[in-house]
Design a protein around this ligand. Structure first.
Ligand SMILES: NC(=O)c1ccc[n+]([C@@H]2O[C@H](COP(=O)([O-])OP(=O)(O)OC[C@H]3O[C@@H](n4cnc5c(N)ncnc54)[C@H](O)[C@@H]3O)[C@@H](O)[C@H]2O)c1
Length: 318
């Protein structure tokens, strides 16, 4: 069994990923890391947890050596909306932090470095409908620029040093957990506000279409790519998607379950970010090369999110 180290492990994705990894690979093979004390869920699950700021290259190397790590899943990042508020912080964590992980992976001969990229790696000059896997990438947010850097450096280390680097361009990831400061977060907060207050003020315009996927599909794509046969991979970074919708379409779908729900729109700086991102993704390269297929469509996502968020809030809506 391989040994895995996960950075940024208690974020929105980490809190779902770590339990799924423990189930799949065994508790003793998963080292979760993060900057703060372990969250209650990790204590409950008796997760092996170590403190790590990804900017600390010595701490990172010690953890890799001491735990004999084979595969790194690098999730630590400042997300898009938070990055625009503090580009200098985003630079230090997303660029320098990733460079530390990349260099440690090369020097310590890590078997595979997996990291999420994002639809934010695309920009206004990209064809935004059914965005191809290989296309123009001129993002205008610091977060998006960091994802292009990550993809290009990962590819370079693969060509130059043979590092087994793999990345997935996640769209907005939907789960009942509170999201970490991204532009697609509205599609999670809308469920919280619908269940608590029956109304939501959206920070994107009614017609802003973005690609998304449910957390179960995000984890599936992650495990599928990590486990894919290297000989089949013609790319190092892949588009993956599960669905695509606008705030208005989501509000209409929620009204089927909560007829009194209302939405209004007060677009802020995140609207401009969203308008520079793809509306939908072509994920045929992932489908052809390693058999990617999403399982949860839009009409099943809405009741799943209502169930998950109402459970977290302790509210019954049926
Ligand atoms: N959630 C999404 O919709 C989405 C979409 C596309 C890509 N992604 C990518 O997936 C990854 C995980 O995202 P998430 O949604 O869990 O984000 P999140 O913001 O919820 O979690 C990120 C984690 O990184 C940690 N972190 C920040 N700076 C750190 C540092 N210096 N050292 C160590 N840890 C640090 C944070 O504490 C947090 O736990 C990120 O790379 C993100 O870019 C997420």
């Amino acid at each position: 069994m391989k040994k895995y180290l996960v950075t940024g492990s208690y974020g929105q994705i980490g809190v779902a990923l770590i339990p799924a990894m423990i189930k799949k690979y065994g508790r003793e093979n998963v080292i979760a890391t993060g900057r703060k004390k372990p969250i209650p869920l990790f204590k409950e699950l008796d997760v092996i947890y170590r403190r790590l700021d990804v900017r600390d290259q010595f701490g990172l190397r010690s953890l890799i050596v001491e735990n004999d790590i084979d595969i790194i899943i690098h999730n630590a990042s400042v997300l898009s909306a938070t990055g625009e508020k503090n580009p200098q912080l985003a630079h230090s964590i997303n660029f320098e932090g990733f460079y530390n992980v990349l260099e440690a992976s090369r020097e310590l001969k890590i078997e595979q470095l997996f990291t999420p990229s994002s639809i934010a790696a695309f920009g206004p000059t990209t064809p935004l409908v059914n965005t191809p896997n290989t296309t123009i990438m001129e993002p205008t947010s610091i977060y998006g620029i960091s994802k292009v850097y990550i993809e290009l450096m990962g590819n370079y280390y693969n060509l130059k040093y043979g590092l087994n680097f793999r990345a997935l361009r996640y769209p907005g990831v939907l789960s009942p957990e509170e999201p970490g400061g991204g532009t697609t977060d509205y599609a999670i907060w809308i469920f919280y506000e619908a269940l608590k207050n029956m109304k939501y003020t959206c920070f994107l315009g009614a017609d802003v279409r973005l690609p998304m996927m449910m957390m179960s599909d995000c984890l599936k794509s992650t495990f599928d790519l990590i486990e894919a046969d290297d000989a089949k991979l013609k790319h190092r970074s892949y588009n993956v998607t599960g669905m695509s919708f606008t705030p208005e379409e989501l509000a209409n779908a929620i009204r089927k379950y909560l007829p009194d729900f209302t939405i209004d729109y007060e677009p802020d700086f995140r609207n401009a970010i969203a308008l520079s991102w793809p509306q939908s993704l072509d994920d045929s390269a992932a489908r052809e090369e390693w058999g990617w297929e999403p399982e949860l469509p839009f009409d099943k996502m809405v009741p799943a999110m209502l169930d998950g968020v109402s459970q977290r809030l302790g509210i019954s809506y049926k």
